[in-house]
Ligand binder design. Structure first.
Ligand code: NDP
Length: 333
């Protein structure tokens, strides 16, 4: 039987919309071309960016494959790929999307060999989220630098990226103030290394951050919630502080006039995407090596709180959008 004849369940959308537009179909795969490999997924990661792509907030050409994170075994290798071999255990975060499937032919550039001690599920739950925590905590710096003892604020601290960030920030000696949408989620953030946690659906979180920091404010806000938190986030920054906006779970941030940054304390604003950081193989591997190291030695534990079959991906999207999840969600092909 040729590989292209193998059944390959995959999820696509033919229209933007709610979870009901996610449809399972058969997407036969061929042999990898130059610079490509074919992976057989053992586990697939679910990310909030998949929701933005499904709804069309991040538009794309239709029909469209989804999913940007996965782990599995290399089944075939194209010409010119030297860093991997058939049979290797691997994992990746990669753009363009297309990980919601059993088999996939994709560029090898962003695929990394997985250390022996890291299971497929763990890898699929941590590549996109963990590399995001890596670039935000290690590569996105306020001008005044970030030192042990400094206060930072991290919204949605009990989520997939959030729980990794709580632990990594603790390992760096930072005092991370986490926000989360319930008492249980706050307890989870604290258990994973947040120095303080605030239920931002019930408390005046701006006042609480000021109180916790003795009126000084934080050096950096990491804000993936977007519309609902953006303005308050600027209000809790120290002078010359950094607003690292990196998502829109509550909706996109409206346009900002630069003068606002001056009025609120000569602030810096950056809006980055992981995929600018993953622009070449060397940078991708260096970032992944840091992530593998903190996971391998236990400084960061990857928490998988939701597991779904790929065929039930619509349920997984519903739960994520309803704020009914904690930690990471993994799909089984
Ligand atoms: P999460 O597991 O963190 O899920 C999103 C969380 O956002 C929810 O659990 C919820 O937590 C919170 N939230 C606040 N308001 C809303 C709302 N109105 N609707 C839904 N959720 C809301 O997801 P991920 O770990 O996958 O991603 C975290 C964020 O980081 C996302 O916004 C994502 O887009 C962004 N991201 C950005 C990247 C980049 O490079 N720019 C890369 C990776 C992720 P609670 O109930 O506690 O409020």
């Amino acid at each position: 039987m040729t590989p292209s004849a193998l059944s390959n369940p995959a999820v696509r959308i033919r229209a933007h919309g709610g979870p009901e537009v996610l449809e399972l179909h058969d997407a036969p795969v061929g042999e990898p071309g130059p610079g490509q490999l074919r992976i057989r997924h053992a586990a697939i990661g679910l990310n909030f960016i998949d929701v933005y792509q499904r709804t069309g907030l991040y538009p794309g050409e239709l029909p469209r494959a989804l999913g940007m994170e996965g782990a599995g075994v290399v089944e075939a290798i194209g010409a010119g790929v030297t860093h991997l071999a058939v049979g290797d255990r691997v994992a990746y975060a990669a753009n363009p999307p297309g990980s919601y499937c059993l088999r996939r032919v994709m560029p090898a550039e962003h695929v990394c060999r997985l250390p022996e001690g890291i299971a497929f599920d763990t890898a699929a739950a941590m590549m996109l989220k963990g590399l995001t925590a890596q670039y935000l905590l290690r590569r996105t710096r306020p001008v005044e630098g970030l030192e042990a003892g400094d206060f930072v604020l991290w919204h949605a601290a009990a989520g997939g990226v959030g729980l990794i960030a709580c632990q990594w920030a603790r390992a760096l000696g930072l005092q991370l103030i986490g926000t989360a949408g319930s008492a249980e989620k706050c307890a989870l953030a604290l258990a994973h290394g947040a120095a303080h946690a605030i239920d931002y659906r019930r408390e005046d979180w701006v006042a609480r951050v000021r109180e916790i920091t003795g009126g000084q404010g934080v050096k950096v806000v990491y804000d993936s919630v977007g519309k609902d938190t953006f303005e308050g986030s600027l209000d809790v920054l120290r002078p010359f502080g950094l607003m690292a906006s990196f998502g829109n779970a509550s909706g996109p941030v409206p346009p900002v006039a630069p003068g606002v940054l001056a009025a609120k304390g000569s602030l810096y604003l950056t809006r980055q995407t992981l995929f600018t950081h993953l622009r070449d193989r060397a940078t991708t591997q260096a970032m992944a090596d840091e992530l593998f190291a903190v996971v391998a030695d236990g400084r960061v534990k990857i928490r998988i709180d939701q597991r779904h079959a790929l065929a039930d991906v619509a349920d997984a999207h519903r739960a994520l959008e309803a704020r009914a999840t904690t930690g990471s969600s993994v799909l089984r092909p």
